[in-house]
Write a protein that binds this ligand. Structure first.
Ligand code: NIG
Ligand code: FE
Length: 409
């Protein structure tokens, strides 16, 4: 048993609901707090004095200085396994060329596929570790990572192996997702349906036998796959018992309806969602994931986060870190920006990057500082948790614990 403290202010996020609005008055804070940990797990969260009295034999890690503690963040949507970059696309977009026009003329996702295919599995592993460690330094202790820049059975397997190997070499937990249905690759000779069928037949069994992922993602968009094209793919994914997550309503609608229909665990993007889509998602068990980094990267509208929450939906916020639409890779900065434009309470933002994001990964053992959860937490050099979003990401954590281990100080 180890006791860590005293902590000037601790925000536990205990008792907050998975869905719907949260007033800041519902945020539970403890002043002069401590955290008791054992075997990587939180044993108790209480005032420092109460913990010292309850566990007199515990090892004590005494903190000197003023700190705010919050749960380690969960980034439930990233594409941090990629070769090269797309600075050229970014400059072209800002000079007036659209995302879809760039994609049609050989830029876009296909450009990254070409550069990712040139990397060896070892090189990709190093890229994943480097990017994951950058997120970890920002306090992100759990990171979802998608494939989707391989787009053939062999290349998707290479990416997923790199992600899983990266997981064993970074302190953060990485959750791999197969996004082979990102785009039909230019070198596939056949229809969209034929490409998806090829994946089901040749890739799904390997994902399962090699235990490469439990999650299947698909990009439903006019430039990628239509609702009807993707239906058999999602049916097959369900038959394999994979969790489903969908890139939905980024530029045009239909993806969110499909996500709900197939009981996807999350529907991500939603920038184009209108009242009908908002209603459908909010009524469902599917978690809505806003990706403000893609809005900032592309200069597009934000997902209607306020409306989704007000209609009773569960809203998570993720970075979408990828070389094309969201190159920034700073979850706290992006979540703070979303808060100012969409008028989200501080509690809703913290929920969105902690336990609500964990739920989007089917993880219920993290995202709140409560007994039984993983001991994943961050200390900021502050005495007021509101400063974290106020500084819009520029105030960085001073110390980070992952599964009870100090991984950054
Ligand atoms: O989430 N929308 C599709 N996929 C990514 C972008 C990938 C890329 O442009 O490389 C996204 O924004
Ligand atoms: Fe994405």
């Amino acid at each position: 048993m180890e006791l860590i403290g005293p902590i000037s202010q601790l925000v536990s996020l205990q008792d907050l609901a998975l869905k719907g609005p949260i007033n800041d008055s519902a945020l539970h804070t403890i002043s002069n707090a401590g955290i008791a940990i054992e075997d990587g797990t939180i044993k108790a969260v209480d005032t420092w004095d109460a913990l010292l009295a309850a566990y007199p034999k515990a090892m004590i890690t005494e903190l000197n200085g003023a700190y705010v503690a919050v749960p380690g963040y969960v980034d439930c949507h990233t594409h941090i396994c990629f070769g090269g970059n797309r600075a050229r696309d970014f400059a072209l977009r800002n000079a007036g060329v659209s995302y879809l026009e760039i994609a049609k003329s050989g830029g876009g996702i296909w450009d990254t596929v070409t550069q990712t295919r040139k990397c060896t599995e070892q090189e990709l592993t190093q890229i994943v570790i480097k990017n994951a460690n950058k997120l970890l330094q920002l306090g992100v202790t759990t990171i979802e990572v998608k494939s989707g820049y391989g787009l053939s059975v062999e290349e998707e397997i290479k990416m997923l192996r790199a992600i899983n190997r990266g997981n064993s070499e970074t302190a953060a937990d990485l959750v791999a997702t197969c996004l082979a249905a990102h785009l039909k690759p230019k070198d596939f000779n056949g229809s969209n349906e034929a490409y998806l069928d090829y994946l089901v037949t040749n890739l799904f069994p390997v994902l399962q036998s090699e235990n490469l992922t439990k999650r299947i993602d698909a990009f439903i968009e006019t430039s990628a796959f239509s609702a009807s094209e993707i239906a058999p793919y999602l049916q097959a994914a369900k038959a394999f018992n994979f969790d489903i997550t969908i890139h939905a309503d980024q530029f045009t609608t239909s993806g969110s309806e499909v996500a709900v229909q197939y009981e996807a665990i999350s529907a991500d993007h939603l920038e184009a969602s209108g009242d009908k889509e908002i209603e459908i998602i909010a009524q469902s068990k599917t978690i809505a994931v806003a990706l403000p980094g893609a809005s900032v990267g592309l200069g597009c509208a934000f997902a209607p986060a306020r409306k989704i929450i007000d209609k009773g939906g569960a809203l998570a916020i993720a970075s979408d870190w990828n070389p094309g639409s969201a190159p920034m890779g700073d979850l706290v900065c992006q979540a703070s920006i979303l808060a100012t434009f969409e008028k989200l309470t501080t509690a809703e933002v913290f929920a969105g990057i902690t336990f609500r994001a964990a739920a989007a990964l089917n993880l219920f053992d993290r995202g709140r500082l409560i007994a039984g959860n993983k001991a994943d937490f961050i200390l900021y050099p502050s005495t007021d948790y509101r400063e974290i979003l106020y500084y819009q990401g520029s105030m960085r954590p001073s110390k980070i614990w992952k599964s009870g281990k100090l991984v950054s100080a």
